[in-house]
Design a protein around this ligand. Structure first.
Ligand SMILES: Nc1ncnc2c1ncn2[C@@H]1O[C@H](COP(=O)(O)OP(=O)(O)O)[C@@H](O)[C@H]1O
Ligand SMILES: [Mg+2]
Length: 316
């Protein structure tokens, strides 16, 4: 049966022309975005990094949404996404044609969407924990991309376990507004337990601070505590709060596309460079940064007497 597909925003390619037609030898790096709390910015970070990797660094990116809320797709595609081939289904169907699950959303970015379907959700929750499930189901797709970005739901559920199991790198997204260091340590203990059961070493875990405001004493202290616990595993780039993020998501876009000069877009671009191991550089010219961030820059200059680019700690 021919299934109905959406017409993704900004995608020039047809379904038949997803990135699977290109070949590549090395398997993709799998990044899973995790936190047991909702609303910390997992989806926002996953979405914006996917766009940075794909559009700024010309990487081939597959986004996999393990959250049945489907927000990752909603933040990339304005129109309704009508596909029965969801990530939940991918996990529970024994034999899959991965091509049918992949939706192109940008020239170098594809998506495996998710949405809540009661039966499939219950089937995912009942899945036994066995290793490499997601990787096995992705099959040949893994070698067709440079990065697979896995968004996970809140809560320490089976989907999150599956995402973590597939990951080369787990990115713990922590929001400064939500104090929960004990919760974070609990997630890491929980992850260690999973890897113990799967009899394999833990992947690398790195922490990114979201909603960070250097002017808030609370945030600075919070950052110090995280740094104390995680040391070098805390990304040096923090994501600042920006209302542009919410506006962008409502348009099915990332903030790096809709407001490329705003503070948060700037941060996501820096974070993508940090993950790619690129030195700082190629940022928008300081003039345009100042123009876009006029108010913030002004406030910051008043507070610190320093120009805005001194706010950042370069990672290299
Ligand atoms: N740095 C930020 N500044 C402003 N709003 C943000 C920021 N990060 C996330 N948000 C908003 O917070 C809400 C929750 O973010 P989301 O990425 O969906 O969290 P999660 O996936 O962890 O549940 C969304 O409305 C999102 O647009
Ligand atoms: Mg989310």
């Amino acid at each position: 049966m021919q299934e109905q597909t959406c017409v993704p925003f900004g995608a020039k390619r047809l379904r038949q022309e997803t990135l699977l037609t290109q070949s590549k030898k090395e398997p993709a790096q799998v990044l899973a975005f995790v936190n047991q709390k909702g609303g910390t910015g997992k989806t926002t970070t996953a979405q914006n990094l996917a766009v940075c990797f794909g559009l700024h660094h010309n990487k081939r990116v597959l986004c996999v949404d393990l959250d049945p809320q489907g927000n990752l797709g909603h933040g990339l595609v304005y129109e309704q996404i009508n596909t029965p081939k969801t990530a939940d289904r991918l996990l529970v169907v024994p034999k899959v044609n991965i091509n049918e699950y992949i939706i192109p959303v940008r020239p170098t970015i594809d998506l495996i969407h998710n949405k809540f379907q009661k039966e499939q959700r219950e089937a995912v929750d009942r899945l036994p924990l066995y290793p490499n499930l997601l990787r096995k189901q992705l099959g040949s797709a893994l070698t067709q991309y440079d990065y697979v970005i896995v968004d996970t739901p809140a809560g320490l559920c089976r989907s999150t376990q599956i995402g973590i199991d597939a990951a080369d790198q787990v990115v713990l997204v922590v929001s400064c507004g939500m104090y929960g260091l004990k919760g974070m340590v609990a997630v890491i203990d929980w992850m260690a337990g999973i890897y113990n059961r799967l009899a394999r070493p833990m992947p690398s875990i790195k922490v990114v601070l979201n909603n960070y405001d250097e002017r808030r004493r609370f945030d600075r202290e919070f950052r110090r505590e995280i740094l104390h616990i995680f040391g070098d595993d805390l990304f040096q780039t923090h994501i600042r709060t920006s209302t542009r993020i919410i506006e962008a998501a409502a348009q099915g876009m990332s903030v790096v596309e809709s407001s490329p000069l705003c503070s948060a877009a700037e941060d996501f671009k820096w974070l993508s460079r940090e993950i790619l191991g690129l030195p700082p550089g190629d940022e928008p010219p300081v003039e345009s940064y100042r123009f876009a961030e006029e108010e913030v820059v002004f406030e910051r200059a008043l507070l610190t007497g320093q120009p805005p680019n001194k706010f950042r700690t370069p990672w290299a």
